[in-house]
Write a protein that binds this ligand. Structure first.
Ligand SMILES: NC(=O)c1ccc[n+]([C@@H]2O[C@H](COP(=O)([O-])OP(=O)(O)OC[C@H]3O[C@@H](n4cnc5c(N)ncnc54)[C@H](OP(=O)(O)O)[C@@H]3O)[C@@H](O)[C@H]2O)c1
Length: 250
């Protein structure tokens, strides 16, 4: 199926590994010129080499800590300068952040910033551009938030889902779509430490109908569809890719 993405441009955060890296590669396979960012220059350079080795357009690599002062503005400015215009923004950078019930403040501040405030500010920096062009697609990576223990990232992602929904309501008239993509458990460095040894198999067999964690490619497949013109009537949604793990009707 042609996704009609050839010739489009995309900015992907957290593209140096995991889900973001898979999304960037899949977009490049669809003919998209990608601007990839993350902290690790070497990993971004490796991603660039892999994309080029597959015969696709070389990405623009921009190493930047999203938590650094002024980072959203700097990423937005660099991406616009390099790409000329931006069709697709994928806010993917993030990190699981379990905390104790009475723990210190620092992980709260850091994780709320990384998983909500910084993507919000990056999006806001690009909104005048999207509105002026009367087009643009925003995809925000969220999380399972109905947990039974504190994880700041999941709380930040819950805020992100509500923000996305409200933004979608206001931006539809400009032809701009905003959606969320919610992973269940996807096999990346972000979650591997929490399931050592045989824990992954035991958890998956009891909690995931499809019996295992997902792969980053499972996320990339859904992401490229959601940002493509094929999804032109989809906005304000949260798409779940979780092997059936979520126990709720909606
Ligand atoms: N895997 C899952 O099952 C799962 C579950 C729930 C939610 N998610 C969400 O899905 C998204 C991708 O997660 P993943 O599993 O692919 O994680 P990952 O493999 O750990 O990759 C995270 C990405 O975010 C970037 N990043 C982290 N902190 C950053 C910072 N301060 N500044 C700039 N970039 C930063 C990392 O780049 P550098 O290290 O180069 O900075 C990396 O590219 C995240 O938003 C995560 O919360 C994943």
């Amino acid at each position: 199926m042609d996704l009609y993405l050839t010739g489009k441009t995309a900015l992907v955060t957290g593209a140096s590994k995991g889900i973001g890296s898979a999304i960037a590669k899949e977009l490049a396979r669809e003919g998209v010129k990608v601007f990839v960012t993350g902290r690790n220059q070497q990993s971004l350079d490796n991603l660039s080499s892999e994309i080029v080795a597959e015969g696709n357009l070389a990405p623009i690599v921009f190493a930047q800590d999203l938590l650094a002062p002024n980072a959203p503005h700097e990423i937005a400015t660099a991406a616009l300068a390099a790409l000329g215009h931006i069709d697709i923004l994928i806010n993917n950078a993030g990190q699981s952040q379990p905390v104790d019930v009475a723990g210190p403040e620092e992980p709260w501040t850091r994780s709320m910033a990384l998983d909500f405030e910084r993507p919000r500010l990056l999006t806001q920096a690009l909104l005048p551009h999207f509105i002026a062009r009367k087009e643009g697609t925003i995809l925000n990576l969220t999380s399972t938030y109905e947990l039974r223990s504190l994880n700041v990232s999941a709380i930040a992602k819950a805020a992100m889902a509500m923000w996305s929904k409200q933004l979608a309501g206001q931006l539809g008239k400009y032809g701009i779509r905003v959606n969320c993509l919610q992973p269940g458990l996807i096999d990346t460095e972000n979650i591997r430490p929490y399931f050592p040894g045989d824990e992954r198999r035991k958890y998956a067999e009891s909690e995931i109908p499809l019996q295992d964690f997902g792969e980053v490619q499972d996320m990339a497949n859904m992401a490229v569809f959601l940002v493509s013109p094929r999804a032109k009537y989809i906005t304000g949604t949260v798409s779940v890719v979780d092997g059936g793990g979520t126990r709720s009707a909606f």
